[in-house]
Structure formats: structure tokens, C-alpha cells
Design a protein around this ligand. Structure first.
Ligand code: HEC
Ligand code: HEC
Ligand code: HEC
Ligand code: HEC
Ligand code: HEC
Ligand code: HEC
Ligand code: HEC
Length: 319
């Protein structure tokens, strides 16, 4: 029996590692090395002033450091963001080559649509139906949620926890902050405390760490995440939507993360197993039974161990 468990355990550990390896993302064929080098050189010029170090060591005298503090872009964060391989000047088109920058330079900043017309054609109508666009049409735009220097696409995340943290930071940054919320909410509207609203959900803070707001607040979409944040009456409230064998999370949060695996292994969703095991959510009944079996054996083992100790202690006392 002992060796049987050992074999099973080794099998599971192997699956874990294979699962991890599958996440190593293949570099997509993007810009050429020359183009990358060119972009890096341009960005170096911008970072001479726009990186945090410039505040300590201004590259030229007479810079307004208070103003500069408002426009810092972290090179390390930028490097790892979706747009990290682009030259700043791809989006900040004209008027930034010299300093002081041209006063109207801001007007020609590229929009998402300029470069992602196909995705935007799908996203924009959804966004226009969202509660935010409906209630705050003039203030709420794509960049309210997406910082183009920072954002990192879900498909590039290899860890459910990090993806949840990134996406929920967007929503919580406003819905859990009186200051930011007040800037957007119409006069006199107080921010409903995020945990009170969801008081019917046990352990809300754990849920915010394990699952994204958009899981419950957007309709299910066949490809990209829907941008239609629906009003509260239409939000998901049923526990079984996630806590069940056919968890909808497979079509949502875990979809990106499990993509490689679905193709390679098909049958095990080690994302769910490895990162956040939602009980009842493995789609493999055998593995489910093994895991439950192992858990049961552990409990049994501990129980027997405890029992033996009690008996041993009793025997000793009798002696
Ligand atoms: C010599 C320092 C310096 C260099 C080099 C520099 N900037 Fe700036 N930049 C600033 C300062 C200071 C501000 C703060 C606002 C102002 O005074 O215009 C700023 C503001 C900006 C803004 C915000 C404008 C606004 O109105 O909100 C953008 C965008 C920007 N810079 C982009 C760039 C890009 C792109 C480059 C590289 C091609 C670059 N900067 C190079 C100093 C610099
Ligand atoms: C994919 C497009 C894109 C790229 C690449 C890009 N930016 Fe921006 N940047 C924007 C947009 C859009 C805004 C306006 C955001 C807003 O309206 O809040 C912005 C705003 C800014 C601002 C104003 C202050 C702020 O943070 O909102 C600065 C400064 C800036 N960018 C500097 C840079 C520098 C330096 C680089 C290169 C390292 C860079 N940007 C690369 C799109 C881009
Ligand atoms: C100047 C053109 C340009 C603009 C403007 C621009 N992007 Fe991009 N974006 C790109 C390029 C190019 C890539 C791929 C980068 C790579 O592969 O290194 C990219 C990648 C992405 C990705 C990663 C997924 C993918 O398809 O690779 C997302 C998400 C994204 N952009 C969203 C946005 C959003 C949101 C905006 C508006 C705030 C925006 N972009 C503005 C050019 C742009
Ligand atoms: C309320 C916040 C919010 C607003 C407003 C918003 N987005 Fe998004 N967007 C998200 C979230 C959350 C994701 C999912 C996270 C991810 O894929 O990394 C996302 C994902 C995306 C993606 C990646 C989709 C994919 O899977 O390739 C693109 C592109 C994008 N948004 C573009 C836009 C555009 C364009 C607009 C404006 C019309 C916009 N977004 C407005 C929150 C927002
Ligand atoms: C498990 C599903 C679920 C998750 C996860 C979830 N919500 Fe909700 N949310 C709901 C439901 C259901 C309601 C409607 C509650 C009601 O009417 O009593 C709601 C209501 C709301 C409201 C309306 C408040 C009001 O009364 O005006 C806001 C705002 C909101 N959620 C934001 C968020 C944010 C931000 C997150 C992520 C931190 C989040 N939600 C995560 C299900 C969820
Ligand atoms: C920049 C601030 C900001 C961000 C970011 C933001 N919201 Fe909101 N949201 C608001 C404000 C303000 C309202 C109240 C609008 C109103 O009722 O006038 C609101 C309303 C809502 C509502 C309530 C709709 C109803 O029925 O009353 C939901 C649900 C919601 N947001 C979910 C989200 C989710 C999910 C995200 C992240 C993807 C998000 N929000 C990101 C500011 C924000
Ligand atoms: C949108 C998906 C979703 C919905 C809806 C949802 N949950 Fe969860 N829930 C999760 C995830 C993901 C976890 C984290 C699992 C983990 O990390 O162990 C979790 C964790 C929990 C936990 C903690 C389990 C533990 O290991 O401590 C409880 C209890 C729970 N949920 C109960 C509920 C109840 C009751 C409801 C309905 C009112 C509900 N959940 C609705 C996704 C969801």
C-alpha cells in the first residue's frame, strides 16, 4: 500500500512539473532585432528624463522636478508590459522629440483603435453598453482601465493569482478608493463599500484574491473577455457557476492559463489543481478520486498515528 501511494504521489508531482513547463510561452514572431534595438535607443532618450532616476539626477538643469514627478514611467515595468517592445514615439507621435515638448503634442497620442482596429471593433460596442460608459460617457475611456505602459495581457500570465491581482487592481483601484471613485462618481454619490455590497459572498477578500470581478460582472463571451460590465441586477450570484464540476471558470479565468495544456494534455487542468483547487472543479473524475483518496488517506494516517500514541501512552501509564 505504501509503495502504491508513493507511485501515485510521484505521478502527481510529475504532472505538476509538466504543467509548469507548458506555461513557458513561446516568443511570438514580433519585431526584428534591429527594430527592437532602434526602439530601445529612442526609449533611452525618453527615459533620460522619464525614469525615476531622473528625479535624483536630472539630465539637465532647470527641469521642473515637481512636474516631472507626475510623468514618471518605470522602465522595468514598461519592459514587461504588452507594449514594452514599442518605441515611445509609436504612440507619442509628434512633438516629443525636443524639450520643452510641443504644447499640442498630447493631441496626437495614438489610440487603441489606431493599431488594434479588429479587436476594438468588437470591444467598443460592448464597452458602450457597459455601466461605466452609460453613466460616465465623457470621463470613462479605455485608458481609465488600461495603462498602456503597464498592462499585460491575460494570455501572457502564467499564474492565476497574478492575473487576478492585475485585473482586480483595475476595479478595486476605484471601487475600493474613496478618492478615485469620487473623481468619477456624480456629485453627492457615496461609494458603496465593496465588501458590504457582496456580504452574501463568504470571505469576500479571499474571493477577490482568487477570482476576478469581471467573472461575475460580464456576460460569458466565446473569445475575448466581454467589456460589457452589466448592472448589478444581472451580475452572477449562483455559487455553482464556479463551485461545480463544470465550473464556468474553465471558460473564463482559467481559459487563458490552460490553453497550452488543453492542447497538449487535454485531460488534466493543472491550473486549477496547482494554483487554486476549486473543489469539484477538476474535469477528470479519476484524478478527483485520487486526490480525495489521498486526502482521506492522510486523514486516516494522522488518525491512526494519534490513536497509536494514545494507546502507547495508556500502556506506559499502566506499566
Ligand atoms: C529633457 C527631459 C525630457 C525628455 C528627454 C523627454 N521628456 Fe517628456 N516630459 C518632460 C517633462 C519635464 C514633462 C512634464 C510636463 C512638461 O513640462 O511638459 C514631460 C511630459 C511628457 C508627456 C506628458 C505630456 C502631457 O501633456 O501630459 C509625455 C507623453 C512625454 N513627456 C513623452 C516623452 C517622450 C515620448 C519622450 C522621448 C521621445 C520624452 N518625453 C522625452 C521631460 C522630458
Ligand atoms: C501603446 C502606446 C504607448 C506607448 C508605447 C507609450 N505610451 Fe505613454 N501614454 C500612452 C497613452 C494613451 C497615454 C495617455 C494616458 C491617459 O490618457 O491617461 C500616455 C501617457 C504618457 C505620459 C503622461 C503621464 C502618464 O503617465 O499618464 C507620459 C509621461 C508618457 N506616456 C511617457 C511614455 C514613455 C516615456 C514611453 C516609452 C517608454 C511611452 N509613454 C510609451 C500611450 C503609450
Ligand atoms: C502604436 C500602435 C499601438 C497602439 C496605439 C496601441 N497598441 Fe497595443 N499593441 C501594439 C503592438 C505592436 C503590440 C504587440 C507588441 C509585441 O508583440 O511586442 C500590442 C499589444 C497589445 C496587447 C497584447 C495582446 C496582443 O495582441 O499582443 C494588448 C492587450 C494591447 N496591445 C492593448 C492596447 C490598448 C488597450 C491600447 C489603447 C490604450 C493599445 N493597445 C494601443 C500596438 C499598439
Ligand atoms: C472597466 C475597465 C475596462 C475598460 C473601460 C476597458 N477595458 Fe479592456 N480589459 C479590461 C480587463 C479587466 C481586461 C482583461 C484583462 C486581460 O486580458 O489582461 C481587458 C482586456 C482588454 C484587451 C485584451 C483582450 C484580449 O484577450 O486580447 C484589449 C485589447 C482591451 N481590453 C482593449 C480595450 C479597449 C479598446 C477599450 C476601450 C474601448 C477597453 N479595453 C476598455 C478592462 C477594461
Ligand atoms: C461572485 C460573483 C461576484 C464577484 C466576484 C464580484 N461581484 Fe460585484 N456584485 C455581484 C452581485 C451578484 C451583485 C449584486 C448585489 C446586490 O444587488 O445585492 C454585485 C454588485 C456590485 C456592485 C453594485 C453596487 C451597488 O449596489 O451599487 C458593484 C459596484 C460591484 N459589484 C463591483 C464589484 C467589484 C469591483 C468586484 C471585484 C473586486 C466584484 N464586484 C466582484 C457579484 C460579484
Ligand atoms: C475609475 C473608476 C472605476 C473603475 C476603474 C471601475 N469602476 Fe465600476 N463604477 C465606477 C463608478 C463611479 C460607478 C458608479 C456609476 C453610477 O452609478 O453613476 C461604477 C459602477 C459600477 C457597477 C455598478 C452598476 C450598477 O448596477 O449600479 C459595477 C457592477 C461596476 N462598476 C463594476 C466594475 C468592474 C467589474 C470594474 C473593473 C473591470 C470597474 N467597475 C472599474 C467607477 C469605476
Ligand atoms: C466566479 C466564481 C465564484 C463564485 C460565483 C463563487 N465562488 Fe467561492 N470561490 C471561488 C474561487 C476561485 C475560490 C478559491 C478557491 C481556492 O483558492 O481554494 C473560492 C473560494 C470559496 C470558499 C473558500 C474555500 C476555502 O478553501 O477556504 C468558500 C467557502 C466559497 N468560495 C463559497 C462560495 C459561496 C457560498 C458562493 C455563492 C454565494 C461562492 N463561493 C461563489 C470562485 C467562486
Amino acid at each position: 500500500m505504501k509503495s502504491f501511494i508513493a507511485v501515485l504521489l510521484r505521478l502527481l508531482v510529475c504532472l505538476w512539473f509538466i504543467g509548469g513547463g507548458a506555461f513557458a510561452h513561446a516568443e511570438n514572431s514580433g519585431p526584428t532585432p534591429e527594430a527592437l534595438e532602434k526602439a530601445r535607443k529612442i526609449n533611452e532618450q525618453c527615459f533620460a528624463c522619464h525614469a525615476p532616476e531622473a528625479l535624483q539626477h536630472p539630465p539637465q538643469a532647470g527641469l521642473d522636478l515637481a512636474k516631472l514627478r507626475q510623468v514618471i514611467v518605470d522602465p522595468d515595468v514598461f519592459k514587461n508590459a504588452d507594449h514594452g517592445r514599442l518605441a515611445c514615439t509609436k504612440c507619442h507621435n509628434e512633438g516629443y522629440d525636443d524639450f520643452p515638448h510641443a504644447p499640442d503634442a498630447k493631441d496626437s497620442t495614438g489610440t487603441c483603435e489606431d493599431c488594434h482596429s479588429k479587436k476594438v471593433a468588437k470591444i467598443e460596442p460592448e464597452f458602450n453598453r457597459s455601466v461605466h460608459a452609460k453613466h460616465m460617457a465623457d470621463k470613462f475611456t479605455c485608458t481609465t482601465c488600461h495603462n498602456p505602459h503597464v498592462m499585460r495581457n491575460a494570455a501572457k500570465q502564467t499564474d492565476a493569482g497574478k492575473l487576478v491581482a492585475q485585473d482586480n487592481r483595475i476595479c478595486l483601484g476605484c471601487h475600493d478608493s474613496d478618492q478615485t471613485f469620487a473623481k468619477f462618481a456624480p456629485e453627492k454619490k457615496t461609494r458603496p463599500p465593496i465588501d458590504d455590497i457582496h456580504s452574501w459572498l463568504p470571505n469576500t477578500r479571499l474571493h477577490w484574491q482568487s477570482v476576478r470581478c469581471v467573472e461575475c460582472h460580464t456576460p460569458l463571451s466565446s473569445d475575448m473577455l466581454s467589456h460589457e460590465i452589466v448592472n448589478k441586477d444581472k451580475a452572477e450570484r449562483k455559487c455553482v457557476t464556479c463551485h461545480s464540476v463544470n465550473t464556468q471558470l474553465n471558460l473564463r479565468l482559467y481559459r487563458y492559463l490552460a490553453k497550452d495544456e488543453h492542447q497538449k494534455y487535454g485531460f488534466v487542468n493543472s491550473v486549477i489543481l496547482g494554483k487554486s483547487y476549486v473543489i469539484g472543479a477538476t474535469r477528470n473524475p479519476i484524478l478527483d478520486s485520487i486526490l480525495i483518496g489521498l486526502a482521506a488517506l492522510t486523514v486516516l494516517g494522522v488518525a491512526i498515528h494519534g490513536l497509536l500514541r494514545i494507546v502507547a501512552a495508556a500502556l506506559r501509564r499502566r506499566k
